[in-house]
Design a protein around this ligand. Structure first.
Ligand SMILES: Cc1ncc(COP(=O)(O)O)c(C=O)c1O
Length: 382
């Protein structure tokens, strides 16, 4: 999904810098030195890129989600609304078991709502899932495309709920001119090895709310009330917490990736447009609907009229060595065990989906070959 394709000398240079300076712990920097901390610099560059007031680097996207819920005071007995069935493909697609895990780890119960033809949570079905226990809606910006945030925010406002954006797959996606991760009360990003921006492992919390930032900051580091002018052992403690800190080495890696994020997004958009604009969809086939046309372009998704015709297109692709996204049953089964219930609309959309991962680096010849094979496979399934 991008970042890994571009890893090179800049990552090497910045990671080596950490090793050579032997400053591997962000809280070893005092208040005057802090501007040299890679975690600090990564957080700053990230929040300036997405346009958020506050950002906190953490050890994974799962940790970011868990920390966000802790900052909101989510606890046992609460309910959190998430998109139904967190399917995942061999290439990352749909969503992920982590969204549910973070909710369960906080003591709350995930309540699933069906997705729609945007592959994101269907806002028309959210209200009927709200109970007196509901505390938050957690839209996942799936496969680099924004959920229907206007509708979600309106429902949240009406019912006095928090909106926690799972933007782990949504870096660079826009909604009404703003980047995803800046729209709800608090948001989570992932920089794991499969993501567009990768640190190999890592995550980020973003918010415009100073209090939510403060609580996240304490929770992710055992309750430390950070004051870099004091020795660490003399800092006050507030509330409980865990160790979800990001290391300086991984932040240095992430900073190198950050420097080329805009370029990676441009390449993805160009590559996908080159494929998409050259396709002839047979009657009954549609492209995935976007809630905002400025997505991150990490995937090209087509909906077939039924599963048999989707499978036929995928067969054609596979025969030519082009690998479409396929279901990963590990996540499917785990999520079923975690939640139970049945979600026929979600299953229907997923069964009819033909999804291709878009890469940052794609040669003209490769793009032409995908266009050709996809058109032939679509025509064969017409
Ligand atoms: C939608 C979604 N949420 C959460 C996560 C978890 O992120 P991480 O792997 O960094 O813990 C992922 C990772 O794939 C994801 O796709």
């Amino acid at each position: 999904m991008g970042g890994i394709e571009t890893v090179g000398s800049r990552e090497e240079e910045l990671v080596l810098d950490v090793i050579r300076k032997k400053k591997i712990f962000r809280y070893a920097f005092n208040d005057k030195e802090v501007v040299d901390s890679y975690v600090y610099r990564f957080e700053k560059m990230f929040r300036e890129f997405i346009g958020a007031g506050y950002s906190l680097a953490v050890s994974s996207g799962t940790a970011a989600l868990r920390t966000a819920l802790a900052a909101l005071g989510i606890k046992a007995g609460d309910e959190i609304i998430v998109p139904a069935y967190t399917f995942v493909a061999i290439v990352p697609a749909y969503t992920f078991v982590a969204t549910l895990e973070a909710v369960i780890e906080s003591g709350a119960r995930p309540v699933l709502v069906e997705i729609d033809d945007s592959f994101n949570i269907n806002p028309a079905q959210i209200e009927r899932a709200i109970t007196t226990k509901t505390r938050a809606i957690m839209p996942v910006h799936m496969m680099g495309s924004a959920a229907a945030m206007d509708e979600i925010q309106a429902i949240a406002k009406k019912h006095n709920l928090f909106v926690v954006e799972d933007a782990c797959q949504g870096i660079g996606a826009k909604y009404r001119g703003k980047l995803t991760g800046t729209l709800g009360h608090i948001s989570a990003f992932s920089f794991d090895s499969a993501k567009l921006l990768t640190c190999s492992e890592g995550g980020m919390i973003a918010t415009n709310d100073a209090e939510l930032y403060r609580k996240s900051d304490h929770f992710h580091d055992h309750g430390h009330v950070h004051n870099l002018s004091l020795p660490r052992g003399k800092e006050p403690k507030e509330g409980g917490g865990v160790n979800f800190r990001l290391s300086e080495i991984l932040a240095a890696f992430g900073l190198a990736q950050m420097e080329r994020l805009s370029g990676m997004l441009e390449s993805l958009r160009r590559n996908r447009a080159s494929i998409k604009n050259g396709l002839k969809l047979p009657s009954g086939f549609t492209f995935r609907r976007f809630n905002d046309p400025e997505d991150a372009a990490t995937f090209l998704a087509i909906l077939a009229p039924n599963q048999a015709r989707a499978d036929k297109v995928k067969e054609g692709l596979l025969k030519s060595g082009i690998i479409p996204a396929t279901l990963n049953y590990w996540h499917y089964q785990v999520n079923q065990e975690l939640t139970g219930g049945s979600y026929p609309e979600t299953e229907d959309y997923i069964s009819r989906a033909i999804v291709l991962e878009i890469k940052v680096k794609m040669e003209d010849k490769q793009l032409a070959q995908i266009r050709l094979v996809l058109n032939e496979s679509l025509a064969a399934a017409a």
